[in-house]
Design a protein around this ligand. Structure first.
Ligand SMILES: Nc1ncnc2c1ncn2[C@@H]1O[C@H](COP(=O)(O)OP(=O)(O)OP(=O)(O)O)[C@@H](O)[C@H]1O
Length: 740
């Protein structure tokens, strides 16, 4: 019987039978995938897994263990133990603890564009040191650029300086000055102040005739001791640097490592040189001003350091300062605090809006319950230095008898600072023709005593903070990003400097219209699919083209006037007029085609749609915006529509910074804010205050840093060299009080 052949038999017939030994191909155990539902990993999920946290916990634990041992020992020895378990410490320990909490071993550093504030946390007041270093050079800064004075004078065709003081700074300045002066007159008349019609003539006719008296050096009791550089030191810092003669042999040139609240990339060839200078200024100040003889690394290791940084900081600046403090100077531990937060500590406010007007930057920021509100941060690039420039131009316009004054010369800079501080006021009651005198002290010359008359020049430069288009902003962006690019995230490669919605809104209001990048251009019809007007308005302005050609960016605020002003409660922005000044009743005279401009400017740029903070990442926009409008913008973003928060913030505005120390400033800010709010249909109580307990507004931030440095038990922001060595700048992520 022919049965059905089995499969195996068939395979055998065809020679395809399997001849292996039926063993598995591998002896490795096969691992079955685990059920996804049932596993859990806590990697990087618990605090103790971070070294920075673990070391701190260890420290606390060690302290507690030590306390427990002390208690047991004390009980065994029959010594006193308090109810809470504390033991009376022996003298050495007590001294150490006292020193730490009293801040004797903590140095608080607040670097600024013009001044460094430095002191022990236990000091009542810090020392203010000019943040400057003088180094040997071919020529002094006043001899550079062919000895061009500052502010720059107009020249005639034959190269000589314009002889008529009223024309010396150009027609634009003259028009602005006269306009601002007339506005002030109108306002003073409205407020029933007496305004004499011939005031300016009285001033100019007196000044034109004024001469000076000469006083011999030995008869001048207040003569200045100029710095002796006969031993040719490599560098001189602080006050001594400002007192080196311009004609010294060898020549010294001044360098200011921080400018406009940024590092000064323009004047330095490398970052190393820049941070080296910062370190030298700090070291010298510690020795000469704090009288601490710290020479060896061991000496520095006995001290901790609190560094105050801007609210709207750049990450590379913070990490470089950390490196400098730990590696170069050798502090035993370092911590950071933001300026506004420090100011709120210094003044003892918990919820407030800080308005800080420094030398070259103005910062506005709201603080709530001891935390900086990130989206309320605003950083504007003008301040007391612009006021000084404007002051000099105005007094020269009014025939100031010492017309040769030049802010590039050290002794003139000191003189103008002195005059400005002494006579500036914006209190209307004090604005009248006044006769004053001053002494001009220059190295190697007899002292000269001048008398002069002054009128509204005491007020108008400071009032210009409310109309910053009055200032000359040229050159402020020169050199920006020459040495260092912005910070990028290590993992996703995105820019990671802090951002702020309020700052972004301001940049959006002032940014010049930009060409749309190719990939985003709508392809429709006409010129790139746009109607002609649109296409024109999106082209870069002539100023921008020139700026790109010259490689010297002009401030965008100047080349493109602000088109919008304060945000209103509904989020809409009223317009500013063509000069960039806030429009009083929003009934602006519109230019032909202006509506198209507005609409286009209000549409977010395609790149901004991709990255909401795209404007903050552009380095060609100089943030310049009227002060009071910046305050409303900051508060709007802090309160985010909450009426009670808005009320609280308007009720607790804190005015600080050197340039705010002008009589009548708080009242002026209140009035301007009130006017803006009334325009938008709101009326609120506005209270602008200065720091209480007679704390100098210039040092309020430093005071807060000192309070922070003395918090021995609650401050867990200290970075030690141990942690820095192991974690590098990543340590900041777990040590700062805010999200890094
Ligand atoms: N009494 C005063 N009246 C007018 N201006 C003053 C007075 N006192 C100081 N200033 C100005 O304040 C400015 C210095 O302020 P401050 O020390 O707060 O600035 P900074 O911290 O060095 O700079 P920034 O905040 O821009 O980094 C200088 O322009 C100085 O002329």
């Amino acid at each position: 019987m022919v049965g059905k052949k089995s499969g195996k038999a068939l395979l055998r017939e065809e020679g395809l039978e399997r001849t292996d030994n039926n063993m598995e191909q591998t002896s490795w155990p096969v691992i079955q995938p685990i059920n996804q539902k049932n596993y859990y990993v806590d990697f990087l999920k618990r605090d103790e897994q971070f070294l920075a946290v673990r070391t701190q916990l260890d420290e606390t634990r060690n302290k507690m263990v030590k306390q427990a041992k002390d208690r047991d020992r004390a009980l065994a020895q029959g010594r006193q133990v308090n109810e809470d378990g504390d033991v009376d410490m022996d003298e050495d320990e007590e001294e150490e603890e006292d020193e730490l909490s009293a801040g004797n071993k903590t140095i608080v550093i607040h670097p600024g564009s013009q001044n460094l504030r430095i002191g022990l946390a236990s000091d009542l007041l810090p020392k203010s040191v000019p943040m400057v270093i003088a180094r040997k050079a071919q020529m002094s800064e006043s001899e550079e650029d062919g000895g061009e004075p500052m502010p720059k004078r107009r020249k005639l065709d034959n190269g000589s300086i314009e002889p008529v003081p009223e024309k010396r700074f150009g027609d634009d300045f003259a028009a602005k000055f006269v306009g601002a002066s007339n506005d002030l007159k109108v306002r003073m008349r409205m407020n029933k102040r007496k305004v004499l019609p011939q005031s300016r003539d009285m001033v100019t006719s007196y000044n034109r005739r004024a001469t000076y008296d000469t006083i011999n050096e030995h008869n001048d009791t207040l003569h200045i001791d100029w710095t002796d550089v006969s031993k040719q030191p490599d560098y001189v810092t602080g006050h001594a640097a400002m007192r080196i003669s311009e004609q010294s042999k060898p020549r010294y040139k001044l360098k200011w490592p921080i400018q406009h609240g940024w590092i000064n990339e323009k004047d330095y060839p490398s970052l190393r040189a820049l941070y080296n200078d910062i370190a030298l200024i700090i070291e010298d100040s510690v020795r000469t001003e704090l009288k601490l003889d710290l020479r060896t690394r061991k000496d520095w290791q006995q001290y901790s350091c609190v560094i105050v940084i801007p609210d709207y900081y750049e990450r590379t600046y913070v990490t470089s300062l950390l490196d400098l403090a730990i590696q170069d100077l050798g502090f035993s531990r370092v911590c950071f605090i933001q300026e506004s937060l420090a100011a709120s500590f210094g003044a003892g406010f918990t919820t407030c809006c800080i308005v800080d007007i420094g030398a070259q930057k103005t910062a506005v920021c709201c603080v709530e319950d001891g935390m900086v509100i990130d989206n309320s941060r605003i950083n504007l690039k003008y301040g007391g230095q612009d006021v000084t420039d404007e002051f000099v131009k105005m007094i020269i316009y009014n025939h100031f008898p010492y017309a040769d004054i030049n802010l590039r010369r050290r002794y003139d800079f000191l003189l103008v600072e002195e005059l400005k501080k002494k006579y500036s006021t914006i209190s209307e009651a004090d604005i009248s023709v006044q006769l004053y005198d001053f002494h001009l002290r220059a190295p190697g010359q007899d002292t000269r005593k001048y008398t002069f008359k002054i009128y509204d020049e005491v007020a108008l430069p400071t009032l210009a903070l409310f109309r910053p288009e009055m200032f000359d902003h040229r050159g402020k962006l020169v050199g920006r990003r020459k040495l260092i690019s912005r910070s990028y995230d290590l993992y996703d490669g995105k820019a990671n400097d802090p951002t702020s919605a309020a700052q972004n809104e301001i940049l959006r209001a002032i940014a010049p219209p930009e060409p749309i990048p190719e990939p985003f251009r709508p392809k429709m019809n006409g010129v790139n699919g746009l109607i002609k007007d649109e296409a024109d308005s999106r082209r870069p302005s002539i100023a921008r083209v020139q700026e790109l050609e010259n490689g010297t960016p002009t401030p965008s605020g100047a080349s493109s006037p602000l088109r919008k002003s304060t945000p209103q409660p509904d989020g809409q922005m009223p317009r500013l007029n063509e000069n960039g000044t806030p429009n009083p009743d929003d009934s602006m005279i519109r230019q032909p085609g202006d509506d198209t401009m507005m609409e286009i400017a209000e549409q977010p740029h395609p790149l901004q749609q991709q990255d909401p903070f795209y404007l903050e990442r552009r380095d060609d926009i100089l943030p310049i915006y009227p002060l009071a409008h910046a305050v409303t913008s900051s508060i709007n973003h802090a309160a985010r529509g909450s009426s009670s928060k808005t009320r609280d913030l308007y009720n607790s505005l804190l005015l600080i910074g050197g340039a705010s120390k002008v009589a009548g400033f708080p009242a002026q800010l209140e009035t301007t804010l009130q006017a803006i709010l009334t325009e938008t249909g709101y009326s609120r109580e506005i209270v602008v205050g200065r720091p209480p307990r007679e704390i100098d507004p210039e040092v309020c931030i430093w005071k807060g840093g000192a309070v922070f440095g003395r918090m021995s038990r609650t401050n867990d922001s200290w970075v030690t060299p141990f942690l820095y060595e192991r974690l590098g700048e990543r340590v900041l992520a777990s040590k700062l009080m805010w999200a890094w």
